[in-house]
Design a protein around this ligand. Structure first.
Ligand code: NCD
Ligand code: ZN
Length: 352
């Protein structure tokens, strides 16, 4: 890694948590990720969800066809995932492990977030055969770590998930590789830092840059609404400390989740922030504000591949210190537009 007053050069990064969607939406967003990242773990929460290897193969082919229409054909590799359900069999996990293109399985507690209705209702009751197979094949379980119990305050759902699900899961499956996705709290960061066994976490750029005030500054701001929702400042600081620490357990996952402008600016607005456009600029901004630009390469380019048991990328990328005005909107599907996170603001770094 090379840092000068006006530039940062680092090993080409990967995005370990990305929503690419399908159809026209996929075609409109794919180049943004492929421009910066060499690989991405592609989330399976399509409608219908990607619940088996056959569907994952079809989705991979669709992504590759979309990539072929960009300048990045062949230089970006989608790492496919399966959507865990109460009925996922050990046989399907074996097929996934042997496929060579499925890299992980995603747990969405039923009803926790966008397109999660087919998710798991009782992980340790219903998914034991799948969990045993995942552990056996060394395939990571990616966890959306929030309970869905309506009696639990929305802002406490991650912390309660640790006690109710994560700790019992790790006790029963101590060798299972688990990625606690998009952690948002001090409790999440501490748990991952200290837990025994193969545990890691992804952290988004928006949870490093913003606290929950961003959703309510001068009125309700739907483009800052995502799940898990932004938390208090003390949690943001804990995430920043984790991301910039020397722990290899924390790595980059944008959770970039495009939704049409009209569905964000809505009486019941969708959860998700679009950050793929300027992901590395956002992360560089957060790391610089923390005085820790020298930690960006490990977080963005080294810790993720190490946890997944993959080599890091060959090439390098450079960010230069040049004002980058985040566009107000991007073109999306049909007549719809897509509003990137921080639209209208200016960042200090620009991807070259
Ligand atoms: C994601 C989406 O829109 O698919 N939304 C979000 O707020 N992050 C789903 C998810 O990752 O929870
Ligand atoms: Zn996500």
């Amino acid at each position: 890694m090379k840092i000068t007053e006006n530039s940062i050069t680092l090993i080409r990064p990967d995005d370990w948590h990305l929503h690419l969607r399908d159809g026209a939406a996929l075609e409109s967003v794919i180049a943004d990720s492929a421009r910066q990242f060499a690989r991405a773990i592609v989330m399976p929460n399509l409608k219908p969800p990607v619940t088996n290897v056959e569907l994952a193969a079809a989705y991979k082919a669709e992504i590759e066809a979309a990539l072929a229409k960009t300048a990045y054909s062949g230089s970006f590799k989608p790492l496919m995932t399966l959507y865990l359900t109460d009925n996922t069999s050990a046989e399907e996990i074996k097929k996934a492990a042997e496929s060579g293109f499925v890299y992980a399985v995603k747990l969405y507690p039923a009803g926790a977030t966008t397109n999660s209705d087919a998710g798991v209702t009782d992980l340790l009751g219903k998914c034991r055969p799948a969990l045993e197979a995942l552990q056996q094949y060394g395939m990571p379980l990616l966890v959306h770590g929030e309970v869905t119990d309506p009696s639990i305050d929305l802002f406490d759902r991650e912390a309660v998930f640790i006690d109710r699900v994560m700790i019992p899961l790790r006790k029963d499956f101590p060798e299972l590789k688990v990625v606690f996705e998009h952690i948002t709290t001090r409790e999440g960061a501490q748990y991952v830092r200290d837990a025994e066994g193969p545990v890691a976490a992804t952290i988004t750029a928006h949870h490093l840059l913003y606290n929950r005030n961003a959703i309510f500054t001068g009125g309700i701001r739907p483009h800052y609404y995502c799940l898990p929702v932004l938390k208090r400042e003390k949690h943001r600081l804990a995430l920043l400390e984790a991301a910039t620490s020397d722990s290899k357990r924390f790595f980059l996952g944008t959770d970039s989740a495009p939704h049409a402008k009209g569905l964000k600016e809505h009486a019941c607005g969708c959860a998700g922030c679009y950050t793929a456009l300027h992901a590395m600029e956002l992360y560089a901004t957060a790391f610089e504000l923390a005085g820790a630009l020298d930690k960006l390469e490990a977080f963005a380019s080294l810790n993720g591949p190490a946890f997944y048991g993959l080599p890091h990328n060959e090439g390098q990328i450079t960010l230069v210190r040049q004002p980058f005005a985040i566009p107000e909107a991007l073109s999306y599907t049909g007549n719809e537009s897509l509003v990137p996170l921080g639209a209208g603001e200016t960042l200090n770094w620009q991807f070259q």
